[in-house]
Design a protein around this ligand. Structure first.
Ligand SMILES: *Cc1c(COP(=O)(O)O)cnc(C)c1O
Length: 381
């Protein structure tokens, strides 16, 4: 039997290989490797794809998030010590961006059926110091709800989207995620749905002041050469990465459609087959670009299923084995604010979540092999 890796990046690159090579060669020949034509073109096209007035390229997704908060601080919208509501079930970067700016991450528990932030628990976390809510469209699933939008409007909070896993995903009312909040952060880390051949990131927004402030902070603090208004840094998107991303952006909708096909097959074969295997509620395809395909394996059987799959040649990953509030960097330091009744659903997800292979290069035969290996295990227990 063929081995099925969780993700084969080499195959993913080869999928649109000719376009990628053409893009890289174009930049090599241009003699301009940072802050040139490729960035301008990709930013314009990406903003158009998301549906915002601005896209600002930067070095990676964590920087994109960090720069949003930093810019709001420079603009006087937030100040260190203010609170930002974030989902407890997320990749650590979401939380790091908040704490790095001296803002207080206020964690809100998840829903077991969506694995996303429980929007019925957000309002009780709002205090006089709350300035923003971060929605993370985790696993490629839209996490925006009208209730979240309503809470942000009523309490005058900025809505920031962590769109690092959701390129091309839409909300229930058809808007592209990344255009719904006041600002959104994207990552182009190679494994993401839209990936570069290295690190990359972008902020999308309709706020011209925010876009300009971010662009300046990310360029040593100023837009004019040798003039720094802010205590800036260097966080830019390389020309080669911008060119590669521009080439791959044209294929993103098709690549996401392939992920959706595989997901439909997984749902058709794995949903409701055993009480111990739970699939998250299925969203309409437009609302899920399946960055990963998470399942919950209950009763402490997750690691055993993972080992079984490994033996059958099927790669899988856990997103994420240690939730942010249990990470050593935050433990016992009083940096995070947690609900009084803890984060039981998030902790259940960390114990139970397993991600099955899903990428545009997974073949139908491979998807069927994945499913058979899962069912084979379920039968045994
Ligand atoms: C990948 C990711 C980030 C960070 O992006 P990098 O480009 O790796 O810095 C942030 N948030 C989420 C949800 C991510 O998946």
């Amino acid at each position: 039997m063929e081995k099925i890796p969780f993700l084969n990046l080499k195959d993913v690159t080869a999928l649109h290989g000719a376009d990628v090579i053409e893009a890289v060669m174009r930049v090599i020949d241009s003699g301009q490797y940072v802050q040139g034509r490729e960035n301008a073109r990709f930013e314009a096209r990406f903003a158009g794809f998301i549906g915002t007035d601005y896209a600002v390229g930067c070095a990676n997704g964590l920087d994109a998030l960090t720069l949003i908060f930093r810019a709001y601080i420079e603009m006087g919208v937030m100040k260190p010590g203010d609170e930002v509501i974030v989902p407890a079930n997320t990749f650590i970067a979401t939380v790091l961006a908040v704490s790095e700016n001296g803002l207080v991450p206020v964690l809100v528990d998840s829903r077991a059926d969506t694995l996303e932030i429980d929007d019925s628990r957000i309002e009780e976390a709002v205090t006089e110091r709350t300035r923003a809510v971060v929605t993370v469209h985790l696993y490629g699933r839209n996490a925006y709800t009208d209730r979240i939008g309503d809470i942000c409007r009523r309490h005058n909070l900025k809505l920031i989207e962590d769109s690092a896993q959701s390129h091309g995903c839409r909300t229930g009312d058809g808007r592209v995620t990344g255009s719904v909040g006041d600002a959104a952060a994207f990552s182009f880390y190679p494994v993401k749905n839209l990936g570069a051949l290295g690190d990359g990131g972008a902020v999308t927004t309709n706020d011209s002041e925010l876009a300009g402030t971010i662009r300046a902070i990310a360029n040593y603090g100023g837009l004019r050469k040798y003039e720094s208004r802010y205590l800036g840094r260097n966080s830019r998107l390389d020309e080669i990465q911008a060119a590669v991303l521009d080439a791959r952006l044209g294929h993103l909708t098709d690549d996401n459609a392939r992920r959706q096909q595989i997901a439909a097959y997984y749902y058709s074969r794995l949903e409701n087959i055993a009480p111990g295997l739970v699939l998250p509620t299925r969203l309409p395809d437009s609302c899920n670009v399946y960055h990963v395909f998470p399942v919950l394996v209950l009763n402490g059987k997750r690691d055993a299923l993972r080992e079984h799959l490994e033996k059958e040649g099927v790669g899988s990953l856990i997103h994420y084995p240690i939730p942010p509030h249990e990470q050593e960097c935050y433990r016992g330091k009083g940096i995070l604010k947690l609900p009084e009744d803890g984060l039981p659903v998030t902790e259940m997800i960390a114990r139970s979540e397993l991600s099955l292979p899903i990428s545009p290069t997974v073949t139908s035969d491979e998807a069927s092999q994945v499913v058979n290996a899962v069912i084979d295990y379920i039968r045994k227990y």
